[in-house]
Design a protein around this ligand. Structure first.
Ligand code: PMP
Ligand code: GLU
Length: 400
C-alpha cells in the first residue's frame, strides 16, 4: 500500500481530545459495557419540536439550495436583533457571518488573522481544546495564562499583563467557560478591558456559546463595554442554547473588515451553512426562550447534585461552576498512586484508569491546558451523575 507524506501541518495537529474520548466510550458501550459517558460536551436533550418543525417546513418549501456564503439575510438580521436585545451589542447584518458551528467561526477567524508564530494569541487557561489546535493550524502561537481552582479559575490580571505584547493579535476566552464553568462577570471583563486599552490592535474574541447555560446571574458580553465593540468578535451558536449540536449552526459578529475576511475564507472552504437549518435558526431566535430556560434549570440541579456527590471525594479539589455543564476538579492528589502494578502518572493515566476500572468516561485536562485536572461533562441524568461519582470513588479507593 502507498504511504503518503502528510503535511507538516497535519502531522503537528492533535486530534480533538473530547471527540477522541467520546469515541472510545462509544466503542466500549457497543461491546455491551455499561459506560457512563461524561466525556462529550453535548446537551442530552432533543432539539425542541418547534425548531424541528421549522426545518421540516423549510425543506418542504424548497429551502434546499446554496445560500449566500455569510448566511441568509433573514438569519443575519435575526442574529443582529438578538445581539442588540439580549447582549447590548450592535452588529449590523453585514458584520455577521453564519458558519457550520461556532467551531468554524473560530477557524475562519484564525485563518483570517494569523500568519506565523510572530502572531500570538492569548488563551485564558483552562481553555477549550480546539482553540489551541485551530491557532496552531493557522500558523499562530498560543500563549497561555494559567489560573487555579482555588481562584475559581480566574486568571490574575498581573499574569495577563505580562504576556500582552506588540505581538499579541487576539485574546480568546469563553464565558461561561468550557471546561471550568467559570463565568467572567461584568467586573472581571471591565478589568480585562482596562488592561487591553494599552493594546488597541488586539482583537478580543468572546466565545459566548454557553450564554444561556448560566446559573443565578445574567450573562454579560465584553463587546458591550463602551469602546470595545469595534475590536470584539462575539461568537455564539445554536448547539448549546437549543440543543442543536448536530445541526452545525454557529455565528459571529465582528467589525466588518474581519467578517468580510472570514466570508472570503468560508467561501473557499465550505460556503454557506445548510439552507433549511438556517431557516430553523431564525425560528429558534425569534421564539421565547422557554425551552432553553427549562434546560438551564435542569443543568443547575445536576450541577448541585454533582457538587454534593463530589464532596465525598476529598482528595479532589473543585470550584463551583456558575455556568456551562462542566466541572474541572484538580485531581493531582491521585497522581503517583498505584493499582496492582499500574502507576497513575498523570491525568491521561487517571482518565484511562477510571474508564477501565469504573466504566466512567472523563477527559484528561491536558488538552485544556489543565494537566492536573479531569473534565466532567454533567450532561446526563442526576441518577447517572450519582452512580458515576460512586464508581469513581470506589475506583480511587483501590489506589494506594
Ligand atoms: N466553543 C466552545 C467553548 C465549545 O465548547 C464548543 C463545543 N460545542 C464550541 C465552541 C463549538 O460549538 P459548535 O457546535 O457550534 O461548533
Ligand atoms: N465542545 C464540546 C466539548 O467540549 C463538543 C466536542 C467538540 O466539539 O470538541 O466536548
Amino acid at each position: 500500500m502507498s504511504q503518503f507524506k502528510l503535511s507538516n501541518r497535519v502531522e503537528q495537529l492533535n486530534e480533538s481530545a473530547t471527540l477522541k474520548m467520546a469515541q472510545k466510550a462509544r466503542e466500549l458501550s457497543s461491546k455491551g459495557i455499561d459506560i457512563i459517558n461524561l466525556s462529550l460536551g453535548e446537551p442530552d436533550f432533543d432539539t425542541p419540536d418547534f425548531i424541528k418543525s421549522a426545518a421540516k417546513l423549510a425543506l418542504d418549501k424548497g429551502n434546499t439550495k446554496y445560500t449566500p456564503v455569510a448566511g441568509t439575510l433573514a438569519l443575519r438580521e435575526a442574529i443582529s436583533h438578538k445581539f442588540k436585545v439580549e447582549n447590548q451589542l450592535l452588529y449590523s447584518s453585514d458584520e455577521i457571518i453564519v458558519s457550520n458551528g461556532a467551531k468554524q467561526c473560530l477557524a475562519n477567524l484564525c485563518q483570517a488573522l494569523l500568519d506565523d508564530e510572530n502572531d500570538e494569541v492569548i488563551l485564558l487557561a483552562p481553555y477549550w481544546v480546539s482553540y489551541y489546535e485551530i491557532i496552531k493550524l493557522a500558523g499562530g502561537k498560543p500563549i497561555i495564562v494559567n489560573s487555579k481552582v482555588e481562584e475559581n479559575y480566574k486568571p490574575r490580571l498581573s499574569d495577563l499583563q505580562k504576556v500582552l505584547t506588540e505581538k499579541t493579535k487576539m485574546l480568546i476566552f469563553s464565558s461561561p467557560c468550557n471546561p471550568t464553568g467559570t463565568v467572567f462577570n461584568q467586573k472581571d471583563l471591565e478589568a480585562i478591558s482596562e488592561l487591553l486599552n494599552a493594546f488597541p490592535d488586539v482583537l478580543i474574541v468572546a466565545d459566548e456559546i454557553y450564554e444561556h447555560i448560566i446559573f443565578d446571574q445574567k450573562h454579560f458580553s465584553i463587546g458591550s463595554i463602551e469602546g470595545l465593540r469595534s475590536r470584539t468578535a462575539t461568537i455564539n451558536g445554536f448547539s448549546k442554547a437549543f440543543s442543536m449540536t448536530g445541526w452545525r449552526l454557529g455565528y459571529m459578529g465582528a467589525p466588518k473588515q474581519i467578517t468580510q475576511a472570514c466570508i472570503k475564507i468560508q467561501g473557499q472552504f465550505t460556503s454557506g451553512a445548510a439552507a433549511f437549518t438556517q431557516q430553523a435558526g431564525i425560528v429558534a431566535l425569534q421564539t421565547e426562550l422557554a425551552e432553553t430556560l427549562k434546560m438551564q434549570d435542569i443543568f443547575k440541579k445536576r450541577r448541585n447534585t454533582l457538587l454534593d456527590e463530589m464532596s465525598k471525594i476529598s482528595e479532589w479539589k473543585c470550584n463551583k461552576p456558575e455556568g456551562a455543564f462542566y466541572l474541572l476538579p484538580n485531581v493531582s492528589n491521585s497522581f503517583k498512586k498505584k493499582h496492582n502494578n499500574q502507576v497513575i502518572n498523570n491525568s491521561e493515566d487517571l482518565a484511562m484508569y477510571i474508564l477501565n476500572e469504573a466504566h466512567v468516561a472523563l477527559v484528561s485536562g491536558e488538552a485544556f491546558g489543565a494537566p492536573d485536572c479531569l473534565r466532567i461533562s454533567y450532561s446526563v441524568s442526576e441518577e447517572k451523575i450519582t452512580e458515576a461519582v460512586k464508581r469513581i470513588k470506589n475506583s480511587l479507593e483501590k489506589l494506594s
